[in-house]
Design a protein around this ligand. Structure first.
Ligand SMILES: [Zn+2]
Length: 456
């Protein structure tokens, strides 16, 4: 009797799983067909990039993006769309010019101030450069060699990593922390080799962080080919000088918003799955990959649920965060509101690694939850989504994880070209491919669908 009962139990649970599997794979195929043939995300991205343009926090374009995001989520058919007010930093770039000088001859340089940096003042700064290849070399320099000079951090993006994000982290140290390290020894300004995998002359911006203990000094980036020329001049003992004039500055905080749109769950509406990207971008290029792609994919996930008449059992919530790039104030405010309302986020997903072909999700969650996600692998394989082995999150959802231990995921697209474009004039709509972008939408929608039906 006991054995019979066990056999029936196994059969029932097996057929239930089998039924789920067939139903899920059919729904997922419908999702994929719909997205690939309708491609709303691509046209949305065109609008965001070409009609609005880059969207630095505090700018009028960022405000336009908020209005656009709200209207687009309303048109997508959300049950509810709302804004979360948040005060954000307002940094402006102003003017910038620079050249380097070798044997009295001047060579123009394309530069970009690092985000949140101070300017040089109207007169600019001109000094011989002191080049170091990394922070260890810099640490060995006596203060007398640094004081009053422009320090050139010639740290290279490591081309040997297959996962380019592994090269990004070590480089970012120089963008983030080197200006204050140099200031601590009395440097006048800092130049960094761009955090870039491209063999071109595009400078890449990105946020820096000043250490309050030291004076804030100007900091700029140069493209890889200009950096190579500076290296050559230094190595040939030509004692190059740099002139730079930048007028960037931080203004008073301004009011801005996160944009949130949701579809209520039919059975467990209090369990929330949030997913999204960030509306703001740097003020160079068009913020197409970073992070227009994540924004339009997330909106399209909502639209796809509505168009196909899929009712999620749990609440699904698309969030377009503000100020990811130079403050993460939107991320902090979103978490604060979630705490205030005692919301239960069962999962947060961020798409903020570009709009290229996706091949997996990074997962940060306890192993029994990972096992549940891994059990869906077979459903993802037909779409070439196969990698669930890394950890994952994002600047906008990390506060949720920190405060509530919310499980987080990051979409993983192919990263070979991402750091050629990231935070530079190369990050434009033309560099995003329609099908690749759509595959990201499909991956996000699939994951949101599976968790909305089966929990986590
Ligand atoms: Zn981003």
């Amino acid at each position: 009797m006991k054995k019979l009962f066990f056999t029936i139990l196994v059969l029932v649970s097996f057929s239930a799983t089998g039924q789920n599997y067939i139903q899920d794979s059919m729904t997922i195929k419908r999702i994929s067909n719909y997205v690939l043939s309708n491609a709303n995300c691509y046209e949305d991205l065109r609008h965001l990039c070409k009609q609005i343009g880059h969207r630095l926090t505090g700018s009028s374009q960022a405000a336009q993006a908020v209005d656009w995001g709200k209207k687009t989520l309303e048109d997508a058919g959300c049950d509810k769309v709302f804004l979360q007010e948040v005060m954000v930093p307002h940094w402006v770039r102003g003017e910038e010019e620079a050249y380097y000088e070798v044997n009295g001859k001047r060579y123009g340089m394309k530069i970009t101030s690092l985000g949140n940096a101070v300017g040089t003042g109207e007169a600019g700064i001109k000094t011989p450069i002191v080049m170091v290849n990394d922070i260890h070399e810099f640490n060995r320099l006596p203060e007398s060699e640094v004081r009053g000079k422009i320090i050139f951090f010639n740290y290279h993006f490591d081309q040997t990593n297959i996962n380019t994000f592994h090269s990004y982290g070590p480089c970012v140290f120089y963008r983030w922390a080197a200006p204050s390290r140099a200031s601590a020894k009395g440097a006048a300004a800092v130049v960094i080799r761009s955090v870039s995998s491209a063999y071109d002359d595009e400078p890449h911006t990105g946020v820096l962080s000043y250490d309050e203990r030291y004076p804030q000094i100007p900091a700029i980036a140069v493209g890889n080919t200009t950096a190579d020329k500076l290296v050559e001049a230094v190595e040939n003992n030509k004692r190059p000088k740099i002139y730079m004039r930048t007028t960037c500055k931080m203004l008073k905080d301004v009011k801005s918003y996160n944009v949130v749109g949701e579809i209520y769950g039919t059975e467990l509406p209090k369990e929330i799955i949030c997913f999204g990207g960030h509306l703001d971008s740097w003020d160079v290029g068009e913020g197409a990959h970073d992070d227009g792609a994540g924004v339009v994919q997330s909106i399209d996930a909502i639209r796809t649920f509505k168009k196909l008449g899929i009712r999620p059992k749990r609440t699904i919530r698309c969030v377009l965060w503000m100020n990811e790039e130079n403050g993460a104030r939107g991320a902090k405010e979103y978490m604060r509101q979630a705490k205030l309302k005692n919301e239960n986020h069962i999962l947060a997903i961020e798409s903020d690694a570009g709009g290229a072909t996706p091949y997996g999700f990074g997962l940060t969650m306890p192993s029994y939850k990972k096992d549940k996600v891994q059990s869906w692998k077979k459903l993802f394989y037909p779409y070439n989504i196969y990698n669930f082995s890394r950890s994952g999150g994002g600047v906008d959802i990390n506060p949720l994880h920190k405060e509530f231990d919310t499980p987080t995921m990051g979409l993983i697209p192919d990263g070979h070209r991402y750091f050629d474009m990231h935070h530079s004039d190369n990050d434009v709509f033309e560099n995003v491919h329609r099908r690749e972008l759509c595959m990201g939408t499909i991956a996000m929608t699939m994951m949101v669908y599976l968790v909305s039906q089966h929990g986590l």
